[in-house]
Ligand binder design. Structure first.
Ligand code: C2E
Ligand code: MG
Ligand code: MG
Ligand code: MG
Length: 288
């Protein structure tokens, strides 16, 4: 009887599995076509200096306008692009488009581009980056490369050498989503990161969880003692900015300043201003 039930369960499971496989294959072939046809757009999110409130950098975040599904999130398609190798041509397009857009921004604003560890392992990332900077005219000192570890980054001589060469060119190397994924503290002494970006899961729980405050405070001290600057992503509450600054975080990024927006909607300048003017009516005593 147990055997029969087991078989039933198995039979019931098959159609779902078949659906999942078909869905995945469909997305893969859609993604091939999307890369060929250029169905992607870049959105941009400001990164704000915690002392001055000025936009000091902007992160490029890719979106896929799927012909039937509409706008798709990178967390849905970047892993497929990585597994199929499509991340290489897609990543080349992202870098070039972002550099072209950044050439129209104030010259003291840096561009931050996410690079997959699959691209890092590829043979010609360095050549591609140098050629793209030359073609677009963006100075290497305005470019930052964010590396997150959704795919394990081996501590190989090749990887370390690419990161070092990027640094030598004047490009800043950022460890994204710090505190999650595979990155261990050992990485910080092996890879030459310029910046640590603390993952938003720690930032979002700041108000309610004292262990998150401890993690963020320790990460900021650790980064500083290793000569790396520390950034906080996913800042949704303006109230957290003061605390982050006192903890030693130098840049903040999150919905409280701006969500990622199309290039044409990007605004520069003082991001603290909005909050100061919002606060103004409260200074006037209420009548009655
Ligand atoms: P990430 O690089 O850590 O980017 C931050 C993500 O957090 C973005 O999601 C952004 O929209 C979101 N975010 C920013 N501020 C807030 C906030 O205050 N609250 C909340 N809840 N979320 C916030 P997005 O755009 O969906 O990107 C997800 C991930 O996909 C990125 O994480 C990155 O790992 C990857 N990705 C995005 N664009 C690219 C790209 O051009 N190339 C590569 N290789 N990966 C990319
Ligand atoms: Mg990032
Ligand atoms: Mg991040
Ligand atoms: Mg993140």
């Amino acid at each position: 009887e147990a055997k029969a039930r087991g078989r039933d369960n198995f039979c019931m499971f098959v159609p779902d599995m078949k659906d999942a496989v078909e869905e995945r294959l469909r997305l893969e072939s859609d993604l091939h076509l999307a890369v060929q046809q250029g169905q992607f757009v870049l959105h941009y999110q400001p990164i704000v200096d915690v002392v001055t409130g000025q936009v000091s950098a902007v992160e490029a975040l890719v979106r896929w306008s799927h012909p039937e599904r509409g706008e798709m999130s990178p967390s849905e398609f970047i892993p497929i692009a990585e597994q199929t190798g499509l991340i290489v041509p897609l990543g080349d397009w992202i870098l070039r488009q972002a550099c072209l857009d950044a050439m129209r921004w104030p010259s003291d604003v840096s561009l931050s581009v996410n690079i997959s560890t699959v691209q890092l392992r590829g043979a010609n990332l360095l050549d591609t980056i140098m050629a793209t900077l030359e073609e677009t005219g963006l100075p290497p000192t305005r470019l930052e490369i964010e590396i997150t570890e959704n795919v394990l980054l081996e501590q190989s001589a090749g990887n370390i050498s690419v990161l070092r060469q990027l640094k030598e060119l004047g490009i800043a190397v950022v460890l994204d989503d710090f505190g999650t994924g595979y990155a261990s503290l050992g990485y910080l002494t092996v890879f030459p990161f310029d910046k640590l970006k603390i993952d938003r899961t720690f930032i979002q729980e700041l108000a309610t969880r004292s262990d998150c405050m401890a993690v963020v405070g320790s990460a900021a001290r650790l980064g500083r003692s290793l000569g790396m600057s520390v950034v906080a992503e996913g800042v949704e509450a303006i109230e957290h900015v003061e605390w982050l600054r006192s903890a030693g975080v130098v840049q903040v990024q999150g919905f409280c300043f701006s969500p990622p927006v199309p290039a044409a909607e990007l605004r520069f300048g003082d991001m603290f201003e909005t909050f100061e003017s919002h606060a103004e009516p409260e200074r006037t005593p209420k009548a009655g």
